[in-house]
Design a protein around this ligand. Structure first.
Ligand code: CA2
Length: 147
């Protein structure tokens, strides 16, 4: 089983600013934890981060036929991108949306996700641990759907 973890704009800055909101872990720390969990679960995992909407759309489109599922934090594009929503829907792959912060406890413009309705599930508010929870959840679901 092969999974792709996609991170959107500015998530490369994690650990450097706003630790009160996003925690002190860097994206590399989160990706390291994910690789450890993937190896415990016996699955393969690739990671991708981009600040560019088009590059994210392409990564999602290219995932079909290569990966079994996607874990994505679309970051600010969560609230704005019809293109990302359409790309997720078009892959047909199960997709889990992750947010470090509880976006419902923040500014009103963060309360709407254009991407969540086309995802299998959403995890938010658990910091970097949310990615690990998403990985465990998607692997368990894919395995139970296959049996
Ligand atoms: O809580 C999340 O994971 C978000 O997806 C993070 C996005 C934000 O726009 C969403 O509303 C919620 C922001 C990612 C930017 O991350 C930074 C990290 C450190 C310093 C500055 C930005």
């Amino acid at each position: 089983m092969k999974l792709l973890v996609i991170n959107g704009p500015n998530l490369g800055l994690l650990g450097q600013r706003e630790p009160d909101v996003y925690g002190s872990e860097t994206l590399a720390d989160i990706e390291q934890s994910l690789q450890e969990t993937a190896s415990e679960l016996g699955v393969e995992l690739d990671t991708f981060q981009s600040n560019e909407e088009g590059a994210l759309v392409t990564a999602i489109g290219d995932a079909s036929g290569v990966y079994d599922g996607i874990i994505i934090n679309p970051a600010a594009y969560t609230h704005t991108s019809v293109a990302l929503r359409d790309a997720i829907k078009a892959t047909g792959l199960p997709c889990v949306e992750v947010h470090l912060s509880n976006t419902h406890a923040r500014e009103e413009f963060r309360h709407t996700s254009l991407t969540a309705p086309v995802c299998t599930g959403q995890i938010m508010g658990f910091g970097g641990k949310g990615y690990v929870l998403a990985l465990k959840g998607i692997v368990e679901k894919l395995r139970s759907d296959a049996s």
